[in-house]
Design a protein around this ligand. Structure first.
Ligand SMILES: NC(=O)c1ccc[n+]([C@@H]2O[C@H](COP(=O)([O-])OP(=O)(O)OC[C@H]3O[C@@H](n4cnc5c(N)ncnc54)[C@H](O)[C@@H]3O)[C@@H](O)[C@H]2O)c1
Length: 281
């Protein structure tokens, strides 16, 4: 899809109140798109909407929990009451859990699968059929992660959801191609956003010092959500199905393809290092 000028197009972004969702919504508005954004954070939503309007674009907002099929259906009804279909659908809302599988409870699984995986399914289920029916093309962006193709023993739950999003996106890329609809699984690496503050830490990692370590590591990486937004738009322009974003995402991507054993060793060492840094009980 040509994203040089998006005048007359409408883009929908879930999780648009913060981080990568907010930055991409603003980047889309800068290129001329009107925006539909949802989130559970109403104050953040209002602030993103205000910035979009300052850029001279329209912003329709709704408080929606993407994990809820009922809320997503009501959201889709509200959007489709205003327009036939969105042009760009970005399923971005997401959360993280860090810690061992053995320390991850079923409610933890319900939480992360509900938002990170079922949330993406809901977005596609309720918005893609109208894109297909309207028959004017478009693009679906699903936010996966470098954790969508590289695993760590401290990220089993997050890995499971992000691998799922990548697989769904690859299948959709093929299915929607005849309809002129592109699909991109965006795979950021270590990006400085509030996700580290809101992540659930479980088991040995559930320590204030650990949280500070993670937050500091992400801050020191200094890769901003605004840079991610630009890379996502480049990937949409090329209809790239899997889009590693930051340099570390590219390194992991090529290791996975060319040297999967080495990748497993690297990820094991990184996981061990994180666990060793956790203060003793
Ligand atoms: N930050 C990173 O390093 C990184 C790396 C790879 C992938 N990602 C992915 O990028 C996406 C965006 O994350 P971010 O880093 O911008 O984090 P963020 O916390 O800044 O933004 C996530 C947004 O999703 C919203 N959200 C959470 N639960 C929701 C729900 N149930 N319904 C609707 N909205 C909900 C939050 O309120 C927040 O506004 C996520 O899918 C995340 O997994 C982030």
């Amino acid at each position: 899809m040509n994203v040089t000028s998006l005048k007359g197009k409408t883009a929908l972004v879930t999780g648009g109140a913060s981080g990568i969702g907010r930055a991409t919504a603003l980047a889309l508005a800068q290129r001329g798109a009107d925006l539909v954004i949802c989130d559970i954070d109403e104050a953040g939503l209002a602030s993103t909407a205000e910035e979009i309007r300052t850029l001279g674009r329209e912003a329709f907002t709704q408080r929606v929990d993407v994990a809820s099929a009922e809320q997503m259906e009501a959201f889709a009804d509200a959007v489709h009451g205003r327009l036939e279909s969105v042009d760009i659908l970005m399923n971005n809302a997401g959360v993280a859990i860090a810690g061992a599988f053995l320390d991850t409870s079923l409610p933890d699984w319900e939480w992360i699968v509900g938002i990170n995986l079922r949330g993406v399914v809901h977005g596609c289920h309720f918005f893609v059929p109208n894109m297909v029916r309207r028959a004017r093309g478009g693009h679906v962006i699903n936010v996966s992660s470098a954790a969508g193709y590289s695993t760590s023993s401290n990220l089993a739950a997050y890995n499971a959801t992000k691998y799922g999003v990548l697989g769904l996106s690859e299948a959709l890329w093929d299915e929607l191609r005849p309809h002129g609809i592109g699909v991109t699984a965006a795979c950021p690496g270590v990006i400085d956003t509030p996700i580290t503050r809101n992540a659930r830490l479980v088991g040995k990692l559930d320590q204030a010092k650990m949280r500070e370590d993670i937050v500091r590591t992400y801050q020191r990486r200094r890769y901003t959500p605004e840079r991610v937004a630009q890379k996502i738009l480049e990937a949409v322009q090329k209809n790239r199905v899997v889009a590693p974003i930051s340099p570390e995402s590219w390194v992991l991507y090529y290791l996975k393809r060319l040297a999967p054993g080495t990748l497993r060793w690297v990820m094991h060492e990184l996981g061990q290092r994180a666990t060793r840094r956790a203060p003793a009980d």
